[in-house]
Design a protein around this ligand. Structure first.
Ligand code: PAF
Length: 285
């Protein structure tokens, strides 16, 4: 695999290759098996693959969170070298390379960013859209791979691609979980041992909540989730929401939920200082 830090190097690489539209896996580094599953999916279906490692400052609404975000570039490159092939490349740009000028674009995603993460992390999805569109312009991929753990991000990127990058295929890959069900995340390594020990409870709670939709109103399910999460010392629920696939409209009552639709139960919580998210699909059939 090659490692590039500048756009110029990528352009030169493309000049030397027959293939110029790689499968693309954007990441913020601190790679884990979840990321590697995205890279493997890309390697399995694309003749050239690009992986970016860039901690994007514009998507952090909290400067402390940006400061604490894990950075493990050497270990990341070691992991990628086991999966990537000779002409595949990793792009590890500086902030100036991605944003030669401050990015002042404001994206409009309608209702999609007015719920869940959009409410609790103001500006977050605008920053994600800025960096993903910058990276799409730099890499010019034929397909881009995203994890379903960031379910709302995936929906918003699909919408951005539909509007502005119709030739890029957006491919979603399943959540990879630890043995106890905890969704893999770069942030897991920041968890205190006593929180990590109990973090399997998050997915168990999601599954229990999903099973309740047949006979329980969404508000009561939310209360159940809040009680069960907050019961665990140091855990604090931020939100639990049942939303419709694609539109992300929150389900308000059982009577308006339809067995023809797919819903997602989405959760965000703090385990101590660490913010975690997860989701599971919910079907009424
Ligand atoms: O999901 C992530 O890691 C980031 O939001 C992404 C898509 C790499 C943009 O910085």
């Amino acid at each position: 695999m090659k490692v590039f830090t500048t756009v110029k190097e990528i352009r030169k690489h493309y000049k030397n290759c027959v293939l110029r539209s790689p499968g693309f896996v954007p990441t913020m580094g601190a790679l884990h098996e979840g990321h590697i599953s995205l890279v493997e999916a890309a390697v399995g279906s694309c003749r050239m693959v690009a992986v970016s490692i860039f901690v994007n400052p514009t998507q952090f609404n909290d400067p402390e969170d940006l400061k604490k975000y894990p950075r493990t570039i050497e270990a990341d490159l070691d992991m990628l070298s086991l999966v990537l092939r000779e002409n595949d490349f990793v792009f590890t740009p500086s902030v100036e390379e991605v944003y030669p000028e401050p990015d002042t674009r404001v994206f409009d995603f309608g209702q999609l960013d007015k719920v869940m993460e959009g409410v609790h992390r103001p500006g977050h999805f605008n920053g994600v859209a800025q960096v993903v569109s910058r990276l799409f312009d730099i890499i010019r991929p034929s397909a881009a791979f995203f994890g379903q753990k960031d379910f709302q991000q995936l929906t918003i990127i699909r919408e951005m691609a539909r509007l502005s990058y119709p030739k890029i295929e957006i491919i979603s890959c399943p959540i990879v979980r630890e043995k106890d069900g905890l969704a893999m995340s770069s942030r897991n390594r920041l968890l205190l041992p006593e929180h990590r020990e109990r973090a399997g409870e998050i997915f168990k709670t999601l599954l229990a909540a999903a099973a309740m939709v047949f006979d329980t109103e969404p508000d009561d399910i939310r209360e159940f989730v809040a009680d069960r999460i907050n019961m665990s010392p140091g855990f604090n629920l931020e939100y639990f929401e049942i939303v419709e696939d694609i539109t992300l409209t929150p389900a308000k009552s059982r009577s308006e939920m339809s067995s023809d639709k797919t819903y997602y139960g989405c959760i965000a919580l703090f385990a101590g200082e660490v913010r975690l998210i997860d989701n599971t699909d919910i079907r009424l059939r």
